[in-house]
Design a protein. Structure first.
Lengths: 306, 358, 295
């Protein structure tokens, strides 16, 4: 057999068309993938530009903006009361959501038997995750604000937000609990510990960083939620600092909405500034979550207290 | 035979063990209660929505009818609700046809799907099959940021940039000139060219536009499609790809003929998820598309979605008992049932495809 | 065989003698067989007894018809190829098999005369009397001190004892005190593999169990660490009963008083004094297994 290489080795294989299609396809994919990037850049640029414009055109003082209450007169309007309202909201939401969500997750992973009730709970969770946030607002509006007579107060808003983020926290908690290796569980059971003792002393401490990370991310979602709060009933202008869970309020996102909705250009500018503040809060929360995740993923060190 | 001395009172432990068992039992009940809360929430949503929606259609809430003996009167007919084309429940001359806002929701959802589904799938394919690790590590966080931006910010973006600059730009700088150009030659094919040029010439944008809603909601749902689809594509085992490459297939062929079909169940699930999200989207679409319930196909027109209606009519405690208040729950119920159907559909599809690919 | 001096324990009747037919086959080995501590081969009580014990995982039979009497204060080794039910048997003793959903037990297993699978037996209580050491060391992600104190705290004894003293005693008993006494607050996971395993032993003996189950405790360790554990077992058996599953036949020959051989299908083929098993087994299969390894 001849082993000489023909000069036109593979010459009969014509791939020009295939290659062209491949190139075109690749190009299309790249362009499509850039769309998201472009929109993000435009969005951030727009917000920053508008905020900058607002500061200069309307001569807004940042300190005043951050501490004053809102008002129907844009020259005197500030974001301070909204910031405080949001902090109150997040605190209450965290308390309401955390225990229910973590409790449900522990039950599902450690205690729930394989029966129809359990499947029902799990199926229900999947559907709850898909409920639009505004529906939670409607629920709270009817039940809490009106039927229970609580009124349009922070606590009502917190209940709506808590219901919204409970499924998110449950998912993160289930993952974190499942990640605890069975070897340490076996070690605890072999010592004659009950199930709850094992959970409380071994499983939960080890899963806690993941649970906290998930909770912070869920709260980051909650802090930007507007629709449920509007349904619960927020003030058009946060003209007073809220004094507690039973105060009426306008939180950061709802104040932004009201300022955006107004025709007055100065209000629109204030909205841009408010968005910057809101985004800064989000960045801080994501950074905290990221820090937690990194610290406890690389460091397999000890978890104090039994 | 050897003796086997007993040890104490059987093997059932002492007081502290009994206490530990009791604690375990109590905690278990408490935790089950937490799980039950989630089920109760869903039940509550159903009950509250139906109860209050009844007051819209029948003049009194179901609970009032049952417990307070309120009379039942037909206030809004189902026929008018589901087939009427004018939506103005709070107007002096009220009209209760829900179609305009349902249409608004559908238009936004379908339009957003037309944006997010192709772009999301393409992005997922790019990330999964083509992108280098460096590019992936840069693009993925960007998509996550896109997903993490609150919808109110998207709404602001829509009203401050997308409508006045993008959409208006399309209208005035692109369509109007083309329209006037077409107009001058419309005598060549009047049947076709006249309406088209008229529309293009007349394209103008106010504060809100359907197109802005589509763009913004589409953009915000891209990460949903891309991340779930990408997971589905990554789950396709490499042996399948290797087999195809070994036969001399190009990357395009492998992507479209091997990867996409194998991942189709996950990809489809992501589509339904994105559409479901678009249906329930509120703030971005409200500030983008507006507050005018009309049945229109002109993307430059202002429309109203169901969620926008809810937001526009929210008045807290002041409006209880009014028609507007009652209508909130009728519309809310409709919205809830829509998204529930989508989610159940999603569950079904996931089950079905899981069986097929077993 | 090494001679054994009498041990202090006074016991009841003697154990039953196993019959060995005067078989001529003697297996030449060049390792010493039998523990070289001073343990008598006469008269310990039976502490764990199985009668026709069978364990199924779903439809698979992992353990078939095991009948065995395990003596107190002795080291009993269980050897055999992989998958022959040794670990399953071990887990049946402290009912850790209960944690496996598909596991099903038939037959009886007695701990100090009480059938552990009776209705009125609380497995949690049972496990407080029986300690377990696992194949891969699994200390809790807590400090060394908290690891050792865990059992005492969980069993509600932490208030009744001087915890510091109990921890020290356990760590000394596990031959670990000298190495870690000045770093009790450090994480247990920072120790070497061999130290972690000794920590797990300390954890197990801190609550003063009666039996210590060891499931291949040295298979994940280097030879030096392994031999330290073996020395430790020699000391532990003075206070506790040790039942050890091992793949390492030399190890079984070195440290155990009695050896049980499990072969395919979860069958207990022979159970006798270690010396007899390794030098003059009754069953041909056991002989094959042992010579196969050595030969």
């Amino acid at each position: 057999m001849s082993t000489k290489r023909e000069p036109g080795f593979l010459a009969d294989v014509d791939l020009t068309r295939e290659k062209l299609v491949n190139r075109l396809f690749y190009g299309t994919l790249v362009v499509a993938s850039l769309f998201g990037l472009v929109m993000l850049v435009l969005l951030i640029a727009d917000v920053i530009w508008e905020a900058g414009q607002a500061l200069s055109t309307f001569d807004i003082d940042i300190g005043t903006f951050l501490t004053a209450t809102s008002s129907s007169r844009p020259e005197r309007a500030g974001f301070g009361a909204s910031i405080l309202a949001s902090l109150w909201l997040i605190g209450l939401t965290a308390v309401l959501a955390f225990f229910i969500a973590v409790g449900c997750a522990i039950y599902l992973v450690e205690y729930a038997p394989e029966n129809r009730t359990t499947r029902l709970i799990e199926a229900n969770l999947a559907n709850l995750a898909g409920v639009p946030s505004i529906v939670y607002g409607l629920l709270v509006l009817a039940l809490i604000v009106n039927d229970a007579g609580l009124g349009s107060v922070i606590l009502a808003g917190a209940i709506a937000l808590a219901l919204l983020i409970v499924p998110i926290i449950i998912v993160a908690t289930i993952e974190s609990i499942r990640a605890v290796p069975s070897s340490v569980r076996d070690g605890s059971y072999a010592m004659g510990a009950t199930k709850w003792q094992t959970i409380r002393r071994v499983v939960l401490p080890q899963a806690m960083p993941g649970i906290l990370t998930g909770t912070i991310l869920a709260l980051a979602r909650a802090i930007g939620e507007t629709a449920p709060l509007i349904m619960v009933g927020t003030m058009l202008h946060a003209t007073r600092y809220p004094s507690g869970p039973l105060s009426s309020f306008s939180a950061m996102p709802t104040q932004i909405y009201n300022w955006t909705y107004q025709a007055d250009r100065m209000f629109n500018g204030l909205a841009a500034l408010g968005i910057v503040v809101l985004l800064l809060f989000l960045v801080a929360m994501y950074a905290l979550a990221g820090y937690l995740r990194n610290r406890y993923e690389t460091d397999g060190g000890s978890i104090s207290n039994v | 035979m050897s003796t086997e001395p007993q040890s104490g009172p059987g093997i059932s432990g002492d007081d502290s063990l009994e206490a530990a068992h009791e604690r375990n039992r109590r905690i278990r009940r408490l935790l089950f209660g937490c799980a039950a809360v989630t089920v109760v929430t869903t039940v509550a949503i159903f009950l509250v929505l139906f109860d209050n929606a009844a007051s819209y259609f029948f003049g009194a809430r179901i609970s009032e009818m049952l417990f307070a003996g309120e009379a039942v009167e037909r206030t809004v007919s189902f026929v008018e609700f589901f087939t009427g084309t004018r939506w103005a429940p709070a107007h002096a001359t009220p009209a209760h046809g829900v179609l305009p806002i349902v249409w608004g929701t559908l238009a936004i959802t379908i339009g957003a799907g037309l944006v997010s589904i192709p772009i999301g799938t393409a992005t997922a394919l790019y990330l999964s099959e083509y992108a280098s690790t460096g590019t992936r590590n840069k693009l993925k966080p960007i998509l996550e940021v896109l997903a993490g931006i609150p919808t109110i910010v998207y709404g602001y973006f829509a009203i401050s940039f997308v409508t006045p600059i993008l959409v208006d730009g399309i209208a005035t700088d692109i369509l109007n000139p083309i329209g006037s150009g077409l107009d001058s030659i419309s005598h060549l094919a009047p049947f076709l060219l006249e309406p088209v040029s008229a529309w293009m010439l007349g394209a103008s944008v106010g504060r809100y536009s359907m197109l802005a809603g589509i763009v913004v909601v589409g953009t915000m749902t891209i990460p949903m499609v891309s991340s779930i689809s990408e997971d589905a594509m990554q789950a396709v085992p490499d042996d399948l790809r290797d087999g195809a490459y070994a036969l001399g297939a190009t990357k395009y062929q492998v992507s479209t003929r091997i990867v996409l079909p194998a991942a189709v169940s996950g990809i489809f699930a992501s589509y339904i998820l994105a559409l479901s999200r678009a249906i329930g989207e509120t703030m971005a679409v409200t500030l983008a598309a507006g507050f005018n319930p009309t049945l229109t196909v002109n993307p430059f027109d202002e429309i109203m979605t169901m969620t926008a209606y809810l937001v526009s009519m929210a008045r807290g405690t002041s409006a209880v008992g009014t028609v507007e208040y009652q209508s909130l729950f009728a519309v809310g119920l409709l919205l809830f049932l829509l998204t529930l159907t989508m989610n159940l559909l999603n569950d079904r599809l996931k089950q079905r495809f899981q069986e097929e690919y077993r | 065989m090494s001679s054994n001096t009498t041990n202090e324990r006074t016991t009841g009747e003697s154990t039953s003698e196993t019959e060995g037919p005067p078989d001529d086959t003697i297996i030449e080995t060049d390792i010493s067989v039998g523990p070289d501590s001073s343990r008598t081969t006469g008269c310990p009580d039976t502490i764990v007894r199985a009668e026709n014990l069978a364990v199924y995982y779903g439809d698979d039979r992992a353990l078939s018809d095991v009948t065995i009497e395990i003596p107190e204060n002795r080291v009993t080794a269980m050897i055999g190829p992989s998958g022959c039910g040794k670990s399953t048997f071990l887990r049946s003793i402290n009912r850790m098999n209960d944690r496996i959903a598909a596991a099903r037990v038939e037959g009886d297993l007695y701990f100090r005369g009480k059938n552990v699978y009776d209705e009125d037996v609380d497995p949690v209580a049972l496990r407080r009397k029986i300690g377990q050491v696992f194949q891969s060391p699994n200390p809790f992600p807590k400090s060394i001190y908290d690891n050792v104190a865990y059992g005492l705290r969980v069993q509600g004894k932490a208030d009744d004892v001087d915890l510091d003293e109990a921890v020290e005693r356990a760590l000394r008993g596990a031959a670990l005190w000298d190495e870690v006494h000045d770093q009790l607050g450090e994480s247990g996971l920072d120790l070497s593999g061999g130290q972690q395993q000794r920590l797990c032993i300390a954890r197990a003996i801190a609550t003063d169990p009666e039996v210590i189950l060891m499931d291949e405790p040295t298979s994940a360790l280097d030879p030096v660490a392994a031999s330290k554990i073996e020395d430790l077992i020699d000391e532990l058996v003075e206070e506790y009963t040790v039942i050890i599953v091992t793949h390492n036949m030399q190890q079984a020959a070195r440290i155990s008083d009695k050896t049980a051989v499990f072969l395919t299908g979860g069958e207990l083929v022979e159970f006798d004094d270690t010396a007899r098993i390794f030098e003059n087994p009754d069953d041909d299969r056991v002989e094959d297994y042992i010579t196969g390894k050595f030969g």
